[in-house]
Write a protein that binds this ligand. Structure first.
Ligand code: TEU
Length: 549
């Protein structure tokens, strides 16, 4: 059997199983449904499949509220289905990556239940603090809105939850917790899992003294916390993680820490996600206050991180979206029907050929756009409902709050994957409505038959990324101050390539001379970019990739 591809040369596909393919006819996606689509994924050319959590969970937060790290939630299938998925993927040259939510457990987890039952050893696995019901230990805020502390009358103490009240933060300073989580990683490695995504793993180390944050919501105290690097090195050392592909989701992190997380010699993680580039349309830094993306800030952040990580020997996970983000084509491109296909292909070109390991979230390869749901009752995500409540309390009307959710809700990414013009996700009513039902050209079936589709462009880009020049080459950012163009060169062992993307709906003259003899490797529009002399003039949302002489 072929060895799996090196993570730096790989492209990783993210699957949100709940919305990928329902094989059981209950409106919920499941693991046999993923197995049924392995040929599609292999034909796309991806190398690893990252599945979001399918472990036993009350599903309060899409499975990121885990009640048993070793057991498959019956909603998704059985351990035999996991084994079939791992084997089926491996036969097709793909590895399976699981999502380890180690910052917190569900309050339905046995450990938390034993803590509530009064067992001190289990209370010590969480962050409980004494006090009175009127006064939380600190003024920290949850990332889902509201206080980050909940009062437990059973125990007569507060417990910390940086996310939902049903997601209790684990006490990583407790060796028993670390030993248990090491065992979980070994458990899945022994079953052939090829890698892991570690959810908000840079939040696991809290300061010894918890104090009010007079400058913010408390994140500055626990983000990239005091012992986080020690705990990651221990996790890797104790579990043999060096044999696996690992990516850390880093919430509100810094490039300095991301260099430390990913420098190979430090033995922590292979690569990291950071989200700063996905906040350039947050007015005042607030996700729920809309503004158009600041394109120059987007380039400053993206290329700044690219350069810093490259110079220091770190490694980025590159991505435009995931199960928490709205659809990229609506956010950074255009979902105007006349531009959507070109814009989606342009975004893919800009992202998949950067230095780093690119991640594709299900449906992105079809250019799926956001959709406007007509009622808050159409939304399923706890974050969406909390945000709606807070927006209404701030005085927004129902229509205004729904406009914001249409642009920002995590449900936008979680709509059912589209296999046929009718949808093809389930024979039952999907758990979350398909807002693209009846739309033309937004399905795998249609795009496999269309040589100019977004899907076919992704296949070509994935093949390009596999080439050493794009996988390992140095990056040279270009035109940083240009208001419409996103451009860079890649260089490796005397070979170079040029990527130029027009992020606008207007034609743009490219102020770069594409040296004569450059070969067009890939474009996203029919024909080739018109030239005036040596000047390229890119059409609206046009993207070109040249091999330079
Ligand atoms: O998300 C971490 C995180 O930072 C999120 O709060 C993210 O910033 C937000 O969803 C963007 O609006 C991870 C998982 O990806 C997310 O699905 C979980 O809800 C969260 O952790 C808690 O486990």
């Amino acid at each position: 059997m072929q060895p799996l591809r090196d993570f730096r040369q790989s492209v990783i596909y993210q699957i949100y199983p709940k919305s990928f393919q329902d094989s059981g006819g209950d409106g919920l996606g499941d693991l046999p449904g993923v197995v049924a689509r392995l040929d599609y994924l292999a034909a796309l050319g991806v190398d690893y499949l990252w599945l979001t959590p399918f472990f036993v969970s009350p599903q309060r937060d899409g499975g990121y509220d885990v009640a048993d790290y070793r057991a498959v939630d019956p909603r998704f299938g059985t351990m035999a289905d996991v084994e079939a998925l791992i084997a089926g993927a491996r036969e097709r040259g793909m590895g399976v990556m699981l999502d380890m939510v180690f910052n917190h457990t569900s309050t339905e987890h046995e450990w938390f239940k034993r803590a509530l039952a009064g067992e001190q050893a289990y209370q010590d696995r969480y962050i409980f603090r004494a006090g009175t019901p009127e006064q939380p230990p600190t003024n920290w805020q949850s990332k889902f809105g509201g206080p980050a502390w909940a009062w437990s009358p059973e125990v007569g103490k507060w417990y910390l939850h940086l996310f939902d009240v049903t997601q209790a933060d684990l006490n990583w300073d407790n060796p028993a917790v670390r030993r248990e989580l090491h065992d979980v990683v070994r458990f899945w490695l022994e079953r052939g899992v090829a890698g892991f995504r570690f959810d908000v793993v840079n939040l696991i180390s809290k300061p010894e003294v918890l104090e009010d944050d007079l400058q913010g919501d408390g994140r500055r105290f626990y983000t990239d916390g005091p012992r986080v690097h020690d705990y990651l090195r221990e996790l890797s050392r104790e579990t043999g993680l060096a044999q696996a592909v690992t990516v850390g989701e880093m919430s509100s992190t810094t490039v300095e820490h991301c260099i430390l997380y990913t420098q190979p010699q430090r033995g922590e993680l292979n690569m990291v996600f950071n989200f700063h580039h996905l906040k350039v349309d947050y007015a005042g830094g607030d996700k729920w206050t809309l503004m158009p993306p600041d394109f120059l800030e987007l380039k400053r952040i993206l290329f700044g991180w690219q350069q810093a990580m490259s110079d220091a020997g770190g490694w980025m996970a590159t991505f435009w979206g995931n199960h928490d983000q709205p659809r990229p084509v609506s956010r950074f491109g255009s979902d105007d029907p006349q531009h959507r296909t070109a814009a989606a292909k342009m975004l893919a070109t800009a992202g998949l050929l950067l230095r780093g390991t690119p991640y594709i979230f299900q449906g992105e390869e079809l250019g799926l756009p956001n959709a406007r749901f007509g009622s808050i009752h159409d939304y399923r995500d706890v974050e969406s409902h909390n945000a709606y409540t807070l927006m209404r309390e701030r005085g927004l009307s129902d229509a205004q709050a729904l406009d914001v959710l249409a642009a920002r809700s995590r449900d936008q990414a979680r709509t059912p994957m589209r296999w046929t013009p009718e949808g093809g996700f389930s024979t039952a009513e999907p758990w979350l409505a398909d807002p693209h039902a009846g739309a033309s050209g937004l399905s795998v079936q249609e795009q496999l038959a269309d040589p100019d589709s977004v899907l076919q462009h992704y296949r070509a880009l994935i093949a390009l990324h596999h080439q050493p020049l794009f996988a390992y080459g140095e990056i040279e950012p270009l035109l940083l101050n240009h208001p419409q163009l996103f451009a860079y060169r890649r260089h490796l062992e005397g070979k170079s390539a040029l990527v130029v993307c027009n992020f606008s709906a207007e034609p743009v003259t490219v102020p770069l001379t594409v040296s004569p003899g450059g070969t067009l490797l890939l474009g996203n529009l029919p024909g080739t970019a018109p030239q005036q002399g040596e000047d390229l003039i890119l059409r609206p949302y046009e993207a070109v990739v040249y091999r330079l002489a």
